[in-house]
Design a protein around this ligand. Structure first.
Ligand code: FES
Ligand SMILES: [Fe+2]
Length: 338
């Protein structure tokens, strides 16, 4: 089990960000969100503002969204178009779309100032099936390695980004991930699920950096019956007529934002509305239990528990990876609380 202290406090969040979130592939959007040269996607990744921009050659390049002058931001978070240059919002330094400083506007003559030494800090950008990921670790292994377990999954249909929704949860991001990685709570927390999938046949499979969960869908289900989760904070939820990418963002030590990106068959308006009802209901139910758990982690009475070998292998695996990232020896779950 993980130490309860890892679910609270700035130190734990800082370590999660530097040891986990800034060293892993982080989803920032879909290629179609930045189709033309000069289009960009800007996001916070592990507490660091980053920007991904499409250059004149049509390729995506990524940078820390920080000006080399006095740390201004080049663009606000979100999507937009910057033309042929990224221009700092503070004093107007201009950077080409490959990150070079082109013009330190009206800076004045300074001996020894070489603009070539003041290019933007690069980050890695790679795509998988249209999904755009960044990695702040320039030495990271390729995205395709992380995605290899998903290679055999059916390709995503080319559905448009239909809707984005975000939900704020008063819990540590890991408490939400742990909830995501087990189906043990389905009968208590999501009793309606049994009408959609055969909960008793729920299965968890771990392969590389991916945890697969599956349950056979019933006939009229909005779900396709498989849920894939990529280390450390991304879920790929498939529905009968589309899919949803779920990004789990650590906003603060005890605050998590879920960003949902829905890609759905535009011909299926009725099913889309039905899917939103199901999706919002499930999120509200998970939010409630995760926030109750966080309240108890904060209370300090609970110091560690036990994990079910039948249902919570995904949770145990996640906790082991987190413990390793924090440099703690991984402790096997035991039947007796430590
Ligand atoms: S901080 Fe960017 S131009 Fe001054
Ligand atoms: Fe749930």
């Amino acid at each position: 089990m993980l130490s309860v202290d890892l679910y609270r406090g700035e130190d734990a969040l800082r370590a999660d960000r530097t040891q986990v979130l800034r060293r892993s592939w982080q989803f920032v959007g879909h290629e179609t969100m930045a189709p033309k040269p000069g289009d960009y996607l800007a996001e916070d990744v592990g507490g660091a503002p980053v920007v991904v921009v499409r250059n004149a050659a049509g390729a995506l390049a990524g940078f820390h969204n920080v000006c080399r002058h006095r740390a201004g931001m080049l663009v606000a978070d979100g999507t937009g178009h910057c033309g042929e240059a990224l221009v700092c919002r503070y004093h107007g330094w201009r950077y080409s779309l490959d990150g070079r400083l082109k013009n330190a506007v009206d800076f004045g003559a300074v001996a020894g100032f070489d603009p070539r030494e003041f290019g933007l800090f690069p980050i890695r950008v790679e795509t998988w099936r249209g999904l755009v990921f960044v990695n702040l670790d320039l030495e990271a292994t390729p995205l395709s390695d992380a995605m290899a377990p998903l290679a055999g999954e059916a390709p995503f249909p080319a559905f448009p980004l239909t809707e984005r929704r975000s939900h704020l949860l008063a819990c540590n991001w890991k408490a939400y991930v742990e909830n995501y990685l087990e189906g043990y709570h389905l009968p208590m927390v999501h009793p309606e699920f049994d009408a959609d999938v055969v909960v008793s046949d729920y299965e968890v499979r771990i392969e590389g950096d991916v945890v697969f969960q599956s349950a056979p869908p019933r006939n009229a289900s909005v779900y396709a019956g498989t849920w894939a989760w990529l280390w450390p904070n991304l879920a790929i939820n498939t529905y009968r007529h589309g899919y949803m990418i779920e990004r789990i963002v650590a906003v603060s030590p005890e605050e998590t934002r879920l960003d949902y990106f829905y890609f759905f068959d535009p011909e299926r308006g009725a099913e889309l509305r039905e899917m939103f009802v199901a999706s919002d209901r499930v999120t509200a139910q998970d939010k409630q239990v995760c926030e109750e758990v966080q309240r108890n982690l904060r209370a300090g009475v609970y110091r560690g528990g036990v994990l079910s070998p039948k249902h919570e292998r995904g949770v145990a695996w996640f906790q082991t990876r987190i413990a390793q990232a924090h440099g703690e020896p991984a402790k096997a779950p035991t039947a007796v609380p430590a």
